[in-house]
Write a protein that binds this ligand. Sequence first.
Ligand code: ANZ
Length: 727
Amino acid sequence: MIYDHKKIEAKWREVWEKEEIYKTSKNPKKKKYILDMFPYPSGATMHVGHLEGYVATDILSRFYRMRGYDVLHPMGWDAFGLPAENYAIKTGIHPDKSTHDNIKIFKKQLDVSGLSYDWDYEIDTSSPEFYKWTQTIFIKMWQKGLAYKKKAPVNWCPKDETVLANEQVVDGKCERCDTPVIQKELNQWFLKITDYADRLISGLDGINWPEEVKLQQKNWIGRSEGRIIKFDDIEVFTTRPETVNSATFIAVAGESDKFTGRYVTNPATDEKIPVWEASYVMLDYGTGAIMGVPAYDERDLVFAKKNKIKIVKKPYTKKLIGEPKVNYHLRDWLVSRQRYWGCPIPMVYCKDHDWQAVKFEELPVTLPNDVDYNPRGKSPNASSKTFQEGAKCPICGKKAKREVDTMDTYVDSSWYFVRFVDPKNNNKIVSVEASKKWLPVDEYVGGGHVVQHLLFARFFWKFMHDEGLVDKSLGDEPFLKLRAPGWILGPDSRKMSKRWGNVVTPDDIIPKFGADTLRVYEMFMGPFDVVKVWNLTGVEGANRFLKKVWRLFQLPINPACAGRNSQLSNNEINYKLHKTVKSVTEDIENYKFNTAIAKIMEFVNVLTVHSSQITVHKLGILAQLLAPFAPHIAEELWQNVLKQKGSVHASEWPEYDEKYLVSNEMNIAVQVNGKLRGQITVPTQIASDELRVKTLAKKNKKVAKWIESGRIKKEIFVPNKLINFVV
Ligand code: ANZ
């Protein structure tokens, strides 16, 4: 019987689907919510790098199910976004069509990889059933004063003709198309994330996240303690109030550097100091004005020298003046986009009542289909003939104008994980009971998004928690544990990209080697969180390993064969078995998938060499340990070779017994005249028995030849350790 991955994998996937073995429990007792950062279904198919995290969460899900947990492991689509719209501009294909065509391809790819999602929980952020609730949350925020509109200079990409969030501007260029970004004054919707700045920092202490991610979030929020000091009518924010007596100028935010002709009084020295405009002072931080202290501050020194301003260095003042003040570098979140393929902002403008929220019972405000996607500096929805129909002011009932902008797609992903626990609820964002059953997320896996998504999602959670939209007992943080897979680079050690022609997709690997091989290889490449280089030889190695497992299960399980192979004592083999179970269990819990596989490999070697000691019991445990990693082959071996009843994935994870973990044998070093000449293995009970150790040591062939020649004059015995013959 050869290992026919094609037949096995297709067969079992069908059985699993029919038997619904991944159905989520309706009444979880011991819950685990295991979540992937859901993908944007892009036109480029999924590559092996994307799969890395999905395989990891699949391993965790299968493992915890086998350990008796009720697991929620859902998948869905972050379906709104610019690429589909840009594609529509180029091809005329509606974003809804291209997105859903892509979803089909992605779903197929996930499926053939043997991922155990419960598709009853699938969500699609571009469906009205989902974005109705995105709009509901927006309105609830607006009602609490957390959503507001203001004129603001915004980053504008002249090519995409849209506003970009600060995070989407990389080195002054549009993150998506590399066009230099310009500033433009526009009326924009903001979400007041700054109200949560302190909680977004303090919450980090209690969660199991990589330290560098926490640090980057802290830096992004940029909490800064200082003081506000008044120089006549000009207030400045400073973190160094003790240097105020050395302040020799004031600088207010300006387009370019120039002297205003004004003077103000330094409250610490009573001296008159000049007021400058300086381009290095930011308008929207602190008070938009600084005290210039060239003696202590590098930037102020450069400015003072250039503009021939006095430089005075005095000792720090003991008595601090001004009022204590905390500032944050975090800005409110600009969420409006002048784009089509996003969630419509559910607001209307009334001449008499300003901006008002659409009534909840009128949601969702649906995206119109009759739009011109081409960016013309206006939102595409403004070109629709139907979009404004029925828009009226909720206060006076008069005709009103709908907001034509849509929301940043990060809004959708800020709460999707909440919807996953109750995805078909038609009456509510989520029922409080469902939230209590599954939330918060226990294991969250995904790469990148260190600042934006993770910060926004924490903000939304805190809001929903405060509002009682999720159960109050759930705590202030949505993702208890976070891990990010390391990048998988192409075989040429470059980032996988169409440009380099080095993209490897599951479709390149699965037909030839099978999904089990792909999964085992991806997890065996190296530690989960480090960068790894794709290597076909490694894929072949993983495949050879599975074939070896396959052959092991084909060996006769027959005590009559005993004696042909080298033998391990029962104790030793039990020790190896229990030790393997223990380490694989702990490794999976700690995301050490590569070492878990290495230990399974070792155990396969032990059984292969000592094949006379194979039993159904031992092979069964091996199949179970392998099940999370290589689910198809494990199932075939479990059900068809070992004739076990039911799915291996529904079986109980093997337990290890501490009692076997103390090895029952000890190694004793044997010396002759102080030189190491051999080693003997003795049962632990006799390792301190001098007479018995001596007898065994003398019989040892290697040792015997050294003592043959002479008479033993003396024996030195260290119990459990060594025996030395002096001849
Ligand atoms: C005097 C001084 C002396 C300062 C010194 C620093 C060192 P963080 O930590 O980022 O909050 N500052 C305040 N508002 C500013 C603005 N709108 N644009 C540019 N710079 C601004 O930094 C606070 C410090 O940055 C403040 O403390 C102020 O300079 C400057 F030896 O005041 B300092």
